[in-house]
Design a protein around this ligand. Structure first.
Ligand SMILES: NC(=O)c1ccc[n+]([C@@H]2O[C@H](COP(=O)([O-])OP(=O)(O)OC[C@H]3O[C@@H](n4cnc5c(N)ncnc54)[C@H](OP(=O)(O)O)[C@@H]3O)[C@@H](O)[C@H]2O)c1
Length: 239
């Protein structure tokens, strides 16, 4: 008999970076609703309004600090004793063309969008492997699949790398039960999208819908692995 699943987290533990607002905050709320225990990495830790009695661990996390991931994982393990999933969501957009940009811009994008997620996966690797079904979600972008415009070109360079990172983690972890997915949305109605487009919000993807997708991805069995998940709010040629 097929039974509806209502509590997909069932006490599993997820770390979510950049959970203060936007997509990360929506993912945190959805995973909590699904029964996950959460460790939320934020630059300014603040308990979400929905948290109530739920088990939420807050950690001061700045993705530009190369030591931060190891400290966060240690604190999360002290709080929960296990890590089943990481959602590398914290991200930076610098709307410059590759011609306008200087090395500092590209360093900043690579630091936050690529190097920090890699360090987080590395720091959490042992506990992820221990579960036999560790999950890694990298919030990449459709800008990691195609270069849409000159002004998103520099960001695209970092997000192509973020997609490659997800694939590289997938390869490193497959025989160990770890599954990694690059989630690749177009415009999502958050501060980031609002700062770069005048597209009406109701024509962008709702962060809560993206959160439902991430919840589903984390819940799929090892034998239904999804390498990339593209999400559109407008017609794209390929994705
Ligand atoms: N919105 C879109 O259209 C869209 C589309 C495709 C992909 N994405 C990706 O989705 C992810 C989330 O984006 P969003 O739309 O929710 O962006 P957002 O509204 O700008 O929020 C960005 C989040 O990342 C955090 N963050 C930024 N730099 C950080 C750092 N150095 N250390 C720790 N946290 C940091 C922010 O924390 P603070 O609150 O402290 O600033 C915030 O929680 C990003 O990786 C983004 O590239 C977004």
């Amino acid at each position: 008999m097929i039974q509806a699943q209502t509590n997909t987290g069932s006490g599993r533990v997820a770390l979510i970076s950049g959970a203060s607002r936007g997509i990360g905050a929506a993912i945190a709320a959805e995973l909590a609703r699904q029964g996950w225990r959460l460790s939320l990495g934020m630059r300014k830790p603040e308990l979400p309004a929905w948290a109530g009695e739920r088990q939420v661990h807050l950690h001061a996390y700045d993705a530009s600090d190369a030591e931060a991931e190891a400290r966060w994982v240690e604190a999360a393990l002290a709080a929960f004793g296990r890590i089943d999933a990481i959602v590398a969501n914290a991200g930076l957009m610098i709307p410059k063309t590759v011609i306008e940009a200087d090395d500092q811009d590209i360093d900043a994008l690579l630091d936050i969008n690529v190097k920090a997620p890699r360090r987080l996966a590395k720091a959490a690797w042992e506990p992820l492997v221990q579960t036999g079904r560790g999950r890694v979600v990298i919030l990449a972008s459709l800008s990691g699949k195609r270069v849409k415009s000159a002004r998103s070109g520099l960001y695209s360079v970092s997000k192509f790398a973020a997609v490659a990172l997800a694939h590289a983690i997938r390869h490193a972890g497959f025989d160990l039960g770890v599954r990694a997915t690059a989630v690749c949305p177009g415009f999502v109605a958050t501060d980031m999208a609002r700062s770069i487009t005048d597209r009406p919000e109701d024509l962008m993807t709702d962060p809560r819908d993206l959160a439902r997708i991430v919840s589903m991805l984390l819940d799929l069995p090892n034998e239904a692995s999804v390498a990339e998940f593209a999400v559109n709010c407008q017609l794209e040629e390929f994705f």
